[in-house]
Design a binder for this molecule. Structure first.
Ligand code: ZN
Length: 268
């Protein structure tokens, strides 16, 4: 644990209206926000938390989010900057399956895959208002078949190599790598805390709170399955940060993201 290193893989950016970022509060207008994945170099292996979005998918399904992604901001491109290839990743954990968190899963047919046990079933039969969020089903042959979207199945993907180990509740992925169940934004959403030997822990809110302002005002994004659970999860994230004296990092906060270490600069 003492030599755990955390790298943020910059995955480019997207645009949403302010009323989506700050539900029923706004103000409206275009908000460009970052998307990133989290690579944890750990004594027990290399863990990748989320895999960003796929540019072509967004252009096809949600072009109004105006994706900006360079080659270096694709998953293989970001890993290459660290001298790594997708084959070097041992475990992929998805916080949830909205398209901006699973678009690069296709690069990891060999890796062990873990998620909350309700997230794949939810992707198979999402609520009507969740359809765009769960629009990239390339991560799961089972989901692509259930949705009649088999055109998305990547070459070489099989039911076997896109099957997930389903978990529930809080659990420890590796020593000091803790997943906290924070539902609301999605049915099986997780936030992540990483502990180090030499610095304070980092608590990644993931999409329980897109931005620092979201958490400060307990104002979640308009994308959710249960907004009341979402508020509870935000309170829990606040409490966890306090209990563990953790540094908070937000998933879609451009202003804060500019101060985060990316590329070859790491935390640890
Ligand atoms: Zn997201």
């Amino acid at each position: 644990m003492s030599d755990t290193k955390v790298y943020l893989l910059d995955g480019g950016s997207l645009v949403l209206d302010g009323f989506h970022v700050y539900w029923n509060r706004g103000p409206g207008g275009e908000v460009r926000f970052p998307v990133y994945s989290i690579l944890i170099e750990h004594a027990e292996g290399r863990f990748l938390i989320d895999t960003g979005y796929d540019y072509d998918h967004v252009m096809k399904a949600l072009a109004f989010e105006k994706p900006q992604q360079t080659k270096e901001q694709t998953i293989p491109g970001a890993l290459a900057q660290l001298g790594l290839a997708p084959a070097d990743i041992d475990v992929v954990f998805n916080s949830h399956f909205h398209f901006d968190h699973c678009g690069g899963n296709k690069f990891f047919p060999h890796a062990k895959k873990i998620c909350h046990k309700l997230e794949v079933p939810q992707t198979c039969t999402p609520e009507p208002f969740e359809v765009l969020g769960y629009s990239d089903v390339s991560f799961s042959v089972e989901a692509a078949e259930a949705r009649g979207m088999t055109d998305q199945i990547p070459e070489g993907a099989t039911v076997e190599n896109t099957t997930f180990e389903g978990v529930e509740g809080d659990f420890e992925l590796a020593k000091g790598v803790k997943l906290f169940f924070t539902p609301g934004h999605s049915i099986g959403h997780y936030s992540l805390m990483v502990e180090f030997g030499t610095r304070k822990p980092i608590l990644f809110t993931i999409d329980a709170a897109y931005t620092e302002q979201s958490l400060d005002t307990l104002n979640q994004a308009s994308f959710h399955i249960d907004p009341v659970a979402g508020v509870k999860s935000m309170r829990r994230v606040r409490q966890l940060a306090e209990e563990h004296d953790a540094e908070l990092m937000f998933s879609h906060d451009m202003e804060n993201f500019k101060t985060y270490r990316t590329g070859t600069r790491f935390y640890g």
